[in-house]
Structures are given as structure tokens and as C-alpha cells.
Write a protein that binds this ligand. Structure first.
Ligand code: 5GP
Length: 180
């Protein structure tokens, strides 16, 4: 059953599952024997990260960071770090796992921050990419889907902390945005 606040489904469960499996296959072959550390960016990456981990055939470790730049459906442009990594990433092959890249401000900030910690390599893995919205040049090596400039929710993505549990990715009805 589709949630009543969803106007239309952009990516259904089967489509997401198949693409995540494909991405995990690519990562497994590119990182064979390297034991990369996957850094999940909380909270939006949780379902993507969990599905990716379980489909990765190769050994890896995980860590998490929490950043914030959004309030409701608008980016504030100011990125704040709320939770930092537990482990050092020096000389590690790092994969930053994000739910979506929009302006690129969050990952631009994060990339600079992580590079100062001297990883052996650093690549971005994002489920969704909205390339039309960039303010900072970021081109993720690994992405699931390029999508148009619409505010989407589900599969980890929220609107004011709601809708993260939806198994699909959908566009919110205007009434749900105004009504909050
Ligand atoms: P950026 O810094 O690239 O503009 O935005 C990255 C963060 O903004 C994402 O991790 C996500 O939390 C939030 N974001 C950007 N676009 C959307 C969207 O369409 N829907 C939702 N729910 N969050 C978004």
C-alpha cells in the first residue's frame, strides 16, 4: 500500500534492490582484498548501507558519521558535524555511503574533512544523485540512480524525520509539505 502522503513512486522496492545488488557487485570486484571501510552518513543512508553491506561479497568494516545541513525540505548551506568516526581511516580505502547528493555541499565539506585524515583512497557511493542542483563539483564514482530536481522521501530519506521507513522512494504530495 502506498503511503497517503506520497504523490507517486519514483523507484520501487524491486528496482532499488536490483540496483543495490549491482553496485555491491562492482564494489566487491573493485575492492577485492582491500578490506575497505564503509562510512555511512546518518541517518539517511541506513537502509542503503545495510543492503549494500549484505550484498558485498568482500570483507569490509563499517563506521558512521552524522552531518546536518537540512531543515525541512531546504538546505541551510551550513554543514555541521554531529557525530564523528570511531576509528582512524589513515591508510584505509574509504567508501563514503550517502543517500543522496543534491547541492554537493555536505559531501564537499566531508571530502575535505576526511582527506586531512590521510586515507589510502576515498570514493563516494550514493544511492541517488540530483546533478542539476550542484553548487559544489562532486561526481560520485558509484551511484544508484540519477533523479530530477524533486524532493523525495523513503528508503532512509526523510521529511522532518518522517517517511524514512518506506521501502520505496517517492515524491511527497504538496499537501504533506505544507501541512507540516
Ligand atoms: P546536499 O548537501 O548535497 O545538498 O544534500 C545532502 C543531504 O541533503 C542528503 O544527505 C539528504 O539528507 C538531504 N537531501 C537532499 N535532497 C533531498 C531530497 O530530495 N529528499 C530528502 N529527504 N533529503 C534530501
Amino acid at each position: 500500500m502506498v503511503h497517503p502522503d506520497i504523490e507517486r513512486i519514483l523507484l520501487d522496492e524491486d528496482t532499488i534492490r536490483a540496483r543495490v545488488k549491482e553496485l555491491a557487485g562492482r564494489l566487491s570486484s573493485d575492492y577485492a582484498g582491500k578490506k575497505p571501510v564503509m562510512i555511512g552518513i546518518l541517518k539517511g543512508s541506513i537502509p542503503f548501507m545495510a543492503d549494500l553491506m549484505r550484498s558485498m561479497g568482500e570483507d569490509h568494516t563499517v563506521d558512521f558519521m552524522c552531518l546536518s545541513s537540512y531543515s525541512g525540505a531546504a538546505s541551510t548551506g551550513v554543514v555541521r558535524m554531529i557525530l564523528d568516526l570511531r576509528e582512524s581511516i589513515q591508510d584505509r580505502d574509504v567508501l563514503v555511503v550517502e543517500d543522496i547528493i543534491d547541492t554537493g555541499l555536505t559531501l564537499g565539506y566531508l571530502r575535505q574533512n576526511l582527506l586531512t585524515r590521510q586515507p589510502r583512497s576515498l570514493e563516494l557511493v550514493t544511492l541517488l544523485d540530483k546533478p542539476d542542483c550542484r553548487k559544489v563539483t562532486i561526481s560520485p564514482k558509484y551511484f544508484g540512480f540519477k533523479i530530477p530536481n524533486e524532493f523525495v522521501v523513503g528508503y532512509g530519506l526523510d521529511y522532518n524525520e518522517a517517511y524514512r521507513h518506506l521501502p520505496y522512494i517517492g515524491v511527497l504530495k504538496g499537501s504533506a509539505v505544507r501541512g507540516s
